[in-house]
Unconditional design. Structure first.
Length: 267
């Protein structure tokens, strides 16, 4: 009897351990995977650093998309050029940094469906004689290196034009304008308009020119043939459809987004 009781006890303990192990395995399997997202946190209001933390429109948007897709995210500031290196080498899952979808970039990377409508604008001091992109001819222009702002200015005035000054980030480009080193900055409209609004003492104004600057669309940047693309595409569309996108957009920009144009581009 004692032997039987001992064996029975072992069987019960073993069964409990087995059930416990199965429960642990299930919890681990259902835990959300954390995706590594890289950005250049020097492009307010899309992404910038505040008290040691990366914040901005893109960050809120990425968190909403990740939640919809069933993931957690860790957004890291790495700088503009390193973004593309990280994605190409697949050391990050994707990038979010106001990245315009272009045919050239699509040769090396994948993008999600578009999530933001943008265009370039001109930033100049109040009182400047510059009224349009045409007036930039012969002027010194600051741009962020590797952006569509650089591309459009080089298309207008020549790739090796010495008057086009390239900077590591947009903050440095604007600083050069403040110091009188250039006559204008060309960058994304939302960034320029936010800067003008938040820095009235600088006495800057922005200039729109729809004839020179066409519409652009941002997408989340992924490695080529990323298995995440279908999931993120679906999540981006869902966040726009369910109204979350509009709430985030209004929080950061104070106006309603043109979601209809975005949806048309997503087809």
């Amino acid at each position: 009897m004692k032997k039987f009781k001992f064996v029975s006890t072992l069987m019960v303990v073993g069964l409990l351990l087995l059930l416990s192990a199965c429960g642990t395995s299930k919890n681990e399997g259902s835990a959300k995977k954390t995706l590594r997202v890289v950005t250049d946190a020097a492009y307010a209001p899309f992404e910038y650093q505040k008290q040691g933390k990366v914040v901005g429109f893109d960050v809120d948007f990425v968190n909403a998309v990740a939640k919809e897709a069933g993931y957690n995210v860790n957004v890291e500031h790495v700088g503009w050029d390193p973004i593309f290196v990280e994605i190409e080498k697949k050391t990050a899952d994707f990038a979010a940094s106001a990245i315009t979808i272009t045919p050239e970039r699509q040769q090396s990377y994948d993008f999600t469906v578009p999530y933001f409508l943008s265009k370039n604008e001109i930033l100049v001091p109040k009182g400047s004689s510059i009224k349009s992109a045409k007036d930039l001819e012969g002027k010194k222009i600051a741009v962020q290196n590797g952006t569509t702002g650089q591309a459009v200015v080089e298309k207008l005035f020549g790739k090796n034009n010495p008057n086009i000054k390239k900077f590591k980030n947009n903050n440095l480009a604007i600083l050069e304008l403040e110091n009188g080193g250039v006559d204008a900055v060309v960058a994304d409209n939302t960034v320029i308009e936010t800067y003008v609004k938040n820095n009235p003492k600088d006495n800057f104004k922005f200039i729109e020119d729809d004839t020179a600057f066409s519409k652009e669309f941002y997408g989340l940047l992924l490695p080529k043939d990323s298995k995440l693309k279908p999931e993120l595409d679906k999540a981006v569309k869902a966040v726009i459809d369910n109204g979350t996108y509009a709430k985030i957009y209004k929080k950061w920009f104070g106006v309603e987004p043109d979601t209809q144009t975005l949806k048309e581009q997503q087809k």
